[in-house]
Design a protein around this ligand. Structure first.
Ligand SMILES: *Cc1c(COP(=O)(O)O)cnc(C)c1O
Length: 378
């Protein structure tokens, strides 16, 4: 005879479904705003999107998919893995594609964390690390940075017997800072073999530093390192949701068991193939970014603002602690001029704003607006 348990029958059980431990500790991710109050052209500089959109070839491939929406995509994203492999000189069998690198980060946590296991990220690391860790039942461990930059010694000091994952965004969002590869190697050498090092290289294409590496070679040779990449930033396909992970066979095999069988859409696969092949398009975007990164940094420093040296497509700008000149005041002022940037309270940086490098017009508008803002109160 089946007994239907009453609500009180089972001590510790609730009258309604309860999420797993950790889920209610998650602060939902707050995306950058996409609206302002002013009139005229809106400059959306709040989510590190490219001012150029995707390669025209990617756009065309996306459009062509409109005639075949009833067909399931290739669940293995074969054409895309082959295109990525050919461009980067890596084996397609060691790549797994996902619906944005967010999905990959979540898959890594789901695959490698038992309940209560620890995953380390740095104080101003990307917010998704914490969310993905908690969602998988893990415990996020936050490690201090030095000068808004990841600190290898602090990370190694935080490793315990429960540590399973170390997340490192290189370069990091929202700080724009990076670790030279000698430091990444030192981090890897200091980690026990069972700890997975996740090198999130979402902004790798933008970096022009001789001592920088995305992590491709380390992920090719080590048994406990993966590198994640995205099509959301320089490739301009954020709306399609597309990212990928490169790593050792045993990790790729595990991720392929856990991921949804059709986790990447046909449109994303088709557009991604063309986007990754269009190197001229990427080179032009990098040249534009390098030019404006320097110009914006110099101009804002000239206004008396602090700018953290960035190697990405965004800058972290620090405002004075003075009535009328604080970061929230600047945000309101920029919004009135139709410029949308990112508030940094959720990253624990309330005195800063993060500003994406935009089009020439957008960057000039930022420089003019912040000039007026800083002149206004002074
Ligand atoms: C933007 C960004 C990503 C990319 O996320 P997608 O899910 O691929 O859009 C990953 N990591 C960092 C640090 C980022 O800033």
């Amino acid at each position: 005879m089946t007994k239907i348990a009453s609500q009180q029958d089972d001590a510790g059980k609730s009258a309604r479904p309860v999420p797993r431990t950790g889920v209610l500790e998650i602060s939902p991710y707050v995306p950058g705003k996409s609206k302002a109050h002013g009139t005229g052209t809106l400059h959306k500089l709040s989510s590190n999107e490219t001012p150029f959109g995707p390669s025209p070839k990617a756009r065309a491939a996306y459009g062509a998919l409109g005639g075949a929406l009833e067909l399931y995509p290739d669940g293995a994203s074969t054409a895309l893995r082959e295109a990525i492999g050919a461009v980067h000189g890596i084996h397609p069998d060691r790549i797994v594609c996902g619906a944005g690198s967010d999905e990959i980060l979540n898959l890594l946590c789901q695959t490698y964390l038992e309940s209560g296991d620890e995953a380390i990220h740095t104080a101003h690391g990307f917010l998704v690390y914490k969310i993905a860790t908690l969602a998988a039942g893990g415990r996020p461990v936050v490690v201090p940075e030095r000068d808004l930059t990841a600190d290898v010694d602090a990370i190694l000091a935080a490793v315990t017997t429960r540590t399973r994952i170390v997340f490192l965004a290189n370069p990091n969002n929202p700080t724009g800072t990076y670790l030279p590869f000698s430091e990444v190697r030192r981090l890897h050498e200091g980690l026990p073999g069972h700890v997975l090092l996740v090198l999130d290289a979402a902004y790798a294409e933008y970096v022009r530093r001789n001592d920088y590496e995305s992590g491709m070679e380390l992920a090719a040779s080590a048994q406990n390192v993966v590198m994640t990449r995205t099509f959301s930033k320089i490739y301009g396909l954020a709306s399609l949701r597309l990212g990928w992970c490169f790593g050792p066979e045993h990790i790729i095999d595990a991720l392929n068991r856990v991921r949804g069988p059709f986790n990447v859409s046909g449109a994303a696969i088709a557009a991604g193939v063309e986007a990754v092949r269009d190197r001229g398009f990427v080179d032009a975007a990098v040249a534009h970014n390098s030019h404006w990164l320097e110009r914006l940094t110099g101009a804002l420093e000239g206004l008396g603002l602090g700018v953290t040296p960035s190697v990405g497509n965004f800058i972290l700008v620090h405002f004075p602690d003075e009535e009328g000149r604080r970061a929230p005041d600047a945000d309101v002022f920029l919004l009135s001029r139709n410029i949308v940037v990112r508030r940094m309270e959720s990253y624990g940086l309330p005195a800063a704003l993060r500003i994406t490098v935009g089009s020439k017009a957008a960057n000039e508008a930022v420089i003019a607006a912040l000039g007026a803002f800083m002149g206004k109160a002074g």
